[in-house]
Design a protein. Structure first.
Length: 78
Protein backbone atom coordinates (compact mmCIF):
# COMPACT_ATOMS: atom_id res chain seq x y z
CA UNK A 1 0.00 0.00 0.00
CA UNK A 2 2.71 2.47 0.93
CA UNK A 3 4.83 1.88 -2.15
CA UNK A 4 4.03 4.11 -5.11
CA UNK A 5 2.57 6.94 -3.05
CA UNK A 6 5.66 9.11 -2.67
CA UNK A 7 3.78 12.41 -2.98
CA UNK A 8 1.14 11.38 -0.44
CA UNK A 9 3.77 10.14 1.98
CA UNK A 10 5.80 13.33 1.66
CA UNK A 11 2.65 15.38 2.30
CA UNK A 12 1.97 13.38 5.47
CA UNK A 13 5.58 13.82 6.61
CA UNK A 14 5.15 17.56 6.28
CA UNK A 15 1.67 17.89 7.79
CA UNK A 16 0.87 14.99 10.11
CA UNK A 17 2.68 14.49 13.42
CA UNK A 18 1.14 11.07 13.92
CA UNK A 19 2.59 9.92 10.59
CA UNK A 20 6.07 11.09 11.58
CA UNK A 21 5.77 9.34 14.95
CA UNK A 22 4.57 6.13 13.31
CA UNK A 23 7.29 6.26 10.68
CA UNK A 24 9.97 6.59 13.37
CA UNK A 25 8.42 3.81 15.42
CA UNK A 26 8.27 1.54 12.37
CA UNK A 27 11.97 2.13 11.66
CA UNK A 28 12.89 1.51 15.31
CA UNK A 29 10.98 -1.78 15.27
CA UNK A 30 12.63 -2.73 11.95
CA UNK A 31 16.05 -2.08 13.48
CA UNK A 32 15.14 -4.15 16.54
CA UNK A 33 14.03 -7.04 14.36
CA UNK A 34 17.32 -6.80 12.51
CA UNK A 35 19.18 -7.64 15.68
CA UNK A 36 17.17 -10.86 16.04
CA UNK A 37 17.69 -11.85 12.41
CA UNK A 38 21.47 -11.60 12.79
CA UNK A 39 21.49 -14.17 15.58
CA UNK A 40 21.52 -17.87 14.86
CA UNK A 41 19.53 -18.95 17.87
CA UNK A 42 17.18 -17.18 20.20
CA UNK A 43 16.09 -18.04 23.68
CA UNK A 44 12.41 -18.66 24.26
CA UNK A 45 12.06 -15.18 25.77
CA UNK A 46 13.86 -13.61 22.82
CA UNK A 47 11.65 -15.51 20.37
CA UNK A 48 8.55 -14.26 22.18
CA UNK A 49 9.90 -10.71 22.16
CA UNK A 50 10.66 -11.01 18.44
CA UNK A 51 7.05 -12.06 17.77
CA UNK A 52 5.80 -9.10 19.83
CA UNK A 53 8.01 -6.71 17.86
CA UNK A 54 6.78 -8.19 14.58
CA UNK A 55 3.19 -7.70 15.67
CA UNK A 56 3.85 -4.11 16.75
CA UNK A 57 5.58 -3.39 13.44
CA UNK A 58 2.62 -4.76 11.49
CA UNK A 59 0.15 -2.75 13.59
CA UNK A 60 2.23 0.37 12.98
CA UNK A 61 2.33 -0.22 9.23
CA UNK A 62 -1.42 -0.87 9.19
CA UNK A 63 -2.02 2.47 10.93
CA UNK A 64 0.30 4.21 8.46
CA UNK A 65 -1.60 2.64 5.55
CA UNK A 66 -4.87 3.83 7.04
CA UNK A 67 -3.57 7.40 7.38
CA UNK A 68 -2.28 7.35 3.81
CA UNK A 69 -5.55 5.94 2.48
CA UNK A 70 -7.56 8.63 4.28
CA UNK A 71 -5.20 11.36 3.09
CA UNK A 72 -5.41 10.21 -0.54
CA UNK A 73 -9.19 9.95 -0.29
CA UNK A 74 -9.43 13.50 1.06
CA UNK A 75 -7.31 14.79 -1.83
CA UNK A 76 -9.53 13.04 -4.38
CA UNK A 77 -12.67 14.50 -2.82
CA UNK A 78 -11.40 18.07 -2.92
Amino acid sequence: MLEGHVTGIQHLRNTNREWVTLERRHQKLEDELGTFVKRRTLTTDEEMHKKTVQKQKLETKDRMSDLLRRSLSAVRES
